[in-house]
Design a binder for this molecule. Structure first.
Ligand SMILES: O=C(O)CCC(=O)C(=O)O
Ligand SMILES: [Fe+2]
Length: 288
């Protein structure tokens, strides 16, 4: 697809808005639908610059250790440290103004994760899930959002190459449902477009039936209260922490909270990183 063609806008069940849309309109559609696509919000050159910065890190990332992470999928994190270009996506004014509205009932929100998700050829569709299940499946009340999330298309997203799949309006459905993929629709969009969705929307990575990878940039925001009161990582300098017993370190937060919370960059275990024991991908990774 060339940039002079009109943007993809045909996916049934998913509304597409132009890049000059307003945060209020985006937040309004999110309240109704749970998801929305902003077409071509980032320039292809910005996406190319991000991948040029991330390429060595992606190449060094192990494949996923389980079905949820994707056994032919690479998940590469730490974008703020590794990609100056990614910082501009994290603080994109349209996105943060929208998150301000979607999470406006909270005193603060914070960055939850930054991750390039490269779904490789042959990777089956991921289990349909809510991202807010990361918080140990806590049953947040319907309509009470604790996350506002984005996936920027690093390539054109198509039904064939593993476009994110979602169940429109499922943000208001019951919790803990095991939904089939026949309930989902593909979030087809052009490179540089961004899917915005709430933490309560049921969705999954799609199956990649092509011969090339599908790259997405997952940047998510969550409630500022879902964290420790005293910040142990900065209150106790790493050189002091490295001398402490492991049971104390785990209590301080150098371990996973629930299944996924607190990993380091490419799903590495925080205690291993602190102590210089590089474990590669953590086999315990699961719904987030
Ligand atoms: O890569 C995608 O399209 C979605 C992945 C996803 O939903 C997740 O890993 O939580
Ligand atoms: Fe997800």
């Amino acid at each position: 697809m060339s940039r002079s063609d009109p943007p993809i806008s045909s996916t049934p069940g998913i509304r597409h808005l132009p890049p000059d849309t307003s945060p209020a309109l985006l937040a309004g559609v999110l309240a109704e639908e749970g998801a929305v696509i902003v077409d071509r919000l980032a320039d292809p050159a910005t996406i190319d610059a991000l991948f040029a910065e991330m390429e060595p890190w992606i190449a060094a990332t192990p494949l996923g250790a389980d079905e949820f992470a994707g056994r032919f999928t690479r998940r590469t994190g730490g974008l703020i440290a590794r990609s100056p270009t990614a910082r501009g996506l994290v603080t994109h004014p349209l996105i943060t103004a929208t998150v301000d509205l979607v999470l406006g009932h909270l005193t603060t929100y914070q960055l939850h994760l930054t991750q390039v998700i490269e779904i490789g050829p042959g990777n089956p569709a991921q289990a349909v899930h809510r991202d807010q299940w990361a918080f140990d499946f806590f049953p947040f009340p319907p309509g009470y959002e604790v996350q506002c999330n984005t996936i920027w298309a690093g390539d054109d997203f198509t039904a064939e190459n593993g476009a994110t799949r979602l169940v429109p309006r499922s943000h208001l459905m019951e919790d803990r449902l095991r939904l089939d993929h026949d309930r989902t629709v593909p979030a087809e969009m052009d490179k540089g477009s961004v899917l915005v969705y709430t933490g309560s929307l049921y969705h999954s990575g799609g199956e990649n039936r092509t011969i090339g990878p599908r790259r997405g940039i997952n940047i998510t925001y969550s409630a500022g209260f879902l964290r420790q009161e005293e910040n142990q990582y900065l209150s106790v300098p790493p050189e002091t922490a490295r001398e402490l017993p492991e049971d104390l370190l785990r209590l301080m937060g150098y371990r996973r909270g629930a299944y996924a919370l607190g990993y380091v960059d490419d799903l590495r275990d925080p205690l291993d990183v602190l102590l210089g024991r590089d474990s590669g991908a953590d086999p315990g990774f699961s719904p987030r």
